[in-house]
Design a protein around this ligand. Structure first.
Ligand SMILES: [Zn+2]
Length: 509
């Protein structure tokens, strides 16, 4: 016998089995009980929340030999045919597969015929927002004058893409994302009846990673079963998902709290060595800090977490101010977005985390400086006289450059060194570029290879640009404006991306 996926095997057969959509179930059952069935329904909601299952159950409830009934028997001839997908009266159209042109045309021709076996002809159109404008028009004409024995169930994950003319002719039912405990409960049920051994922590992680989509959770369980031969551990889930485990997440947050860049970089490296996806790790970090934020703000009960997790998070939350947590969340969310188009997720995460620590260090330095202001004698002595330019100090040991392109190139390492002192992140980005032209406009053009636009854009940020122009001035003697471009020219060997972590590791204090 061929293998039936767990998702198909445990697909809800009746309303009682449809998990987590009580309002919808009640609405549909009442429609049948009170004989107030609409001509068209629009099921909207995220994927994997039971829209298609609910549509099929509703079709069975209407056409069941013992019906119409609020709960179909699932055994009679009609129910069996609908379940097997070969009922002549229940027609499923997947608008995503070919945008529905032929199907809708056929639908318009055949919609007038009475149902053959059951009471209703039910058209289930999945991902209805994918229909072409022509198909939508054809559908609209049908919806305007629906035959009495016909019922439409339109399902969509993107409600905003369904034309209002269509949506307004349907009774809309919104499917919610499933609650963590609902998903967990269903997984437990499946594990029990399939006789899988599965750790509770593993169940928890599967349910959490599914983000409210039952189908995703069950598919993941299916994969895990073949991956781990019947005995599923938390580590199996972590390995398969490429997610960060809890130790890693708590470790990151501790390192950020302690302002420890070495520890942060060591954890990124550990994550890489364990084969985790940096995007996934960043996402989980966002969730972790979101949890901390809720605990800090006193809204922890809203989180779907175990008592043990809540307690540990509560302890960790004490190490942060609410403002600091928000700062971390902003930086991590930005990093997560940046990663979508930047090829080196690791670098993006490292820079984001180190920048957070740098900001904190800058605050600490500022605090020390303002404390030293209390003792004016020392402060005056250590500050340079106001009119003295720092050129002499910065270029000590260098012959000043003549300001030509060749001169700038000759002194590029001195410029880089100045940049390193002003902005370590600007420095890393500058390292990935090279001076290629002194344009007629007087601008120094710095070229970056394709795929390095992340560095180009970072260097173009006002504070880094300012730092660079100042670094050049300190070497050349006058200010040269810079312009960054993406260039096809091969760059000379630069700092490799993999060595960035080692670089930071050695140099960041
Ligand atoms: Zn039946």
């Amino acid at each position: 016998m061929s293998y039936v996926s767990l998702y198909r095997k445990y697909r809800s057969r009746n309303f009682a089995e449809l998990v987590g959509q009580t309002v919808i179930v009640q609405t549909l059952q009442n429609a049948i009980k009170h004989d107030r069935i609409a001509h068209a329904y629009l099921f909207s909601g995220p994927r994997g929340t039971g829209k298609t299952s609910a549509a099929r159950i509703f079709a069975k409830a209407l056409n069941c030999k013992k019906g119409p009934t609020p709960e179909p028997c699932d055994e009679c001839e009609n129910c069996a045919k609908i379940k097997g997908g070969h009922s002549a009266d229940v027609i499923e159209i997947d608008a995503a597969s070919n945008r529905g042109i032929d199907e809708i045309r056929e639908l318009r021709e055949r919609v007038r015929y009475a149902p053959l076996e059951g009471r209703y002809k039910v058209y289930i159109i999945d991902e209805v927002h994918m229909l072409t404008p022509e198909a939508f028009n054809a559908l609209l004409k049908t919806l305007e004058e629906p035959p009495a024995h016909t019922l439409f169930i339109l399902a969509t994950t993107e409600l905003q893409k369904v034309p209002l003319t269509i949506a307004s002719r349907c009774q809309r039912l919104d499917f919610a994302r499933l609650k963590l405990n609902d998903i967990k409960g269903q997984l437990q049920k499946i594990a029990k009846s399939e006789k899988f051994q599965i750790e509770d922590k593993a169940l928890e992680l599967i349910a959490r990673s599914a983000e409210g989509a039952m189908r995703d959770a069950i598919s993941l369980l299916d994969q895990l079963v073949s991956f781990s031969s019947g005995q599923i551990t938390y580590d199996d889930v972590v390995t398969l998902l490429g997610t960060a485990d809890e130790a890693l997440l708590f470790g990151f947050a501790d390192a950020v709290a302690a302002n420890d860049p070495n520890q942060v970089l060591a954890l990124v490296r550990k994550g890489m060595e364990e084969g985790r996806s940096m995007q996934q790790v960043t996402r989980e970090l966002v969730f972790h800090f979101r949890n901390l934020m809720h605990l800090k703000a006193g809204t922890g009960e809203a989180l779907e977490l175990t008592t043990d997790q809540l307690q540990r998070l509560g302890e960790q939350a004490k190490k942060f101010s609410l403002e600091r947590i928000k700062e971390v969340l902003r930086a991590l969310s930005r990093a997560e977005l940046d990663m979508k188009w930047h090829p080196y997720g690791r670098l993006v995460l490292e820079v984001a985390l180190l920048e957070l620590l740098e900001a904190r260090q800058a605050d600490a330095v500022a605090k020390r400086v303002s404390e030293s202001d209390v003792r004016p004698v020392i402060a005056t002595r250590t500050s340079p006289p106001p009119n003295e330019t720092p050129i002499a100090a910065a270029t000590a040991g260098h012959i000043p450059s003549d300001g030509s392109l060749a001169g700038i190139k000759d002194h590029w390492s001195a410029i880089l060194e100045n940049m390193r002192k002003k902005s370590i992140y600007g420095f890393v980005s500058l390292h990935e570029g090279e001076p290629i032209e002194l344009a007629q406009s007087g601008k120094l053009v710095i070229g970056f290879r394709k795929g390095y636009s992340f560095h180009k854009e970072r260097l173009e940020e006002a504070k880094n640009k300012e730092a660079l122009e100042e670094s050049i001035r300190e070497v050349v003697g006058h200010r040269i404006p810079v312009e960054c471009i993406i260039s096809d020219r091969p760059n000379s060997p630069t700092l490799s991306v993999n060595s960035v972590a080692e670089f930071f590791n050695g140099k960041v204090v």
